[in-house]
Design a protein around this ligand. Structure first.
Ligand code: PMV
Length: 349
């Protein structure tokens, strides 16, 4: 008897131009385009195995060994049913293909980075889920086509279907068919940029991206300015910086956009605070490091939490890690030589 099973992994991505705000919450259509770098270290990945079997009684999913419910109209079930729909189209074209679209699936996903790293795993998680089903179903889909489905799991997941430098073009169509990820440049175009991840806190508390975005869209005037006046020009400028491998331009835009995203969070009513004192101290340190060098040698960026990601040319990473260790002596590198646990309680996460 044939076994229908596939295993695929997908990496985490960290945005330089932040996605924040949905214009359609069901289809997950954003209010602005965004751009990220997919981290290619082996240990910042989700690996997902999908198996289709007519003897299974229903679709089921396990995350890091623990079963998670698949809610009937939730994001997981949307992604799974969209993938089954694509498979059914393949079967309709090829009547001898096994009817995998009618079999229930069991999906097991694991993150190989510690939950304590405080990194959002939904991006790599939904990208790996969609990619493993595409492999199981032997779909002729491109990463951009798959990004349309991963986007409906978690917006930022659509960018993890590509390595390297990736844009999520917001699109204009109401059905979302042009809101997809595209590769701006492969990793090999500019392999020199590395990411140093500083875990400031592994606390899970805070405002989720879903509720935070909704509140920002409803209440922030600054968000309206950002999406109409700021992001379109920034998207063009950062793509250009990447294509020219211009680190100072890339870094300046990355830091400006992180700052504006957190300003927009603060402009939300009631305000959302994602940064803490340690996050702000790291901003001050990187700012001073660049000022003292008389050149931009590093860029910080923060997502919806206090943890810093520092982008820098590889040659500067050691110096930056040493600088951080000098000012945060309680920090210790963990897992990856380029990851630091900068824990504000003086202990490793
Ligand atoms: O995809 P979500 O819902 O986890 O939202 C991600 C939002 C940010 O991480 C703050 C920005 C981004 O573009 O990744």
């Amino acid at each position: 008897m044939s076994v229908y099973q596939a295993t695929v992994s997908a990496p985490v991505n960290i945005a330089c131009i932040k996605y924040w705000g949905k214009r359609d919450t069901k289809l997950i259509l954003p209010t602005n385009s965004s751009l990220s770098v997919t981290l290619d270290q082996d240990h910042l990945r989700s690996t997902t195995t999908s198996r289709a079997d007519p003897s299974f009684d229903k679709d089921r999913l396990w995350l890091n060994g623990k079963e998670e419910p698949i809610e009937p109209v939730g994001r997981l079930s949307t992604c799974i049913s969209e993938m089954k729909r694509l498979r059914a189209a393949v079967e309709a074209q090829n009547p001898s293909a096994p009817k995998l679209s009618t079999f229930p699936v069991h999906i097991a996903s694991r993150n190989n980075f510690p939950t304590a790293a405080g990194l959002a795993s939904s991006a790599s998680g939904f990208a790996a889920l969609v990619a493993s089903l595409a492999s199981l179903y032997d779909l002729p889909a491109t990463p951009s086509q798959l990004s349309l489905i991963a986007r409906q799991g978690s917006g930022s997941a659509c960018r993890s279907l590509f390595g390297g430098y990736v844009a999520w073009e917001m699109g204009t169509l109401p059905d979302g068919s042009d809101s997809l990820a595209v590769e701006i440049a492969p990793r090999e175009h500019w392999p020199d940029i590395h990411a140093l991840i500083c875990v400031v806190s592994d606390d899970k508390k805070g405002t989720s991206s879903t509720s935070g975005m909704q509140r920002t869209v409803e209440t922030s005037a600054l968000l309206q300015h950002r999406i109409a006046q700021v992001v379109p020009a920034r998207m063009d400028a950062i793509k250009d910086a990447i294509l020219r491998r211009d680190f100072p331009a890339f870094a300046r835009i990355t830091m400006q956009d992180s700052n504006q995203f957190h300003a927009v969070a603060l402009d939300t009513d009631p305000p959302i605070f994602y940064l803490n004192d340690v996050s702000r101290a790291i901003i001050a340190l990187i700012t001073e490091y660049n000022r003292a060098a008389g050149a931009i040698k590093a860029a910080y960026t923060y997502d919806a939490g206090p943890n810093a990601v520092i982008y820098a040319p590889k040659e500067n990473i050691k110096e930056i890690a040493e600088l951080l260790l000098r000012y945060f002596p309680q920090a210790e590198p963990f897992a990856d030589p380029f990851s630091l646990g900068v824990d504000n309680h003086g202990r490793l996460p």
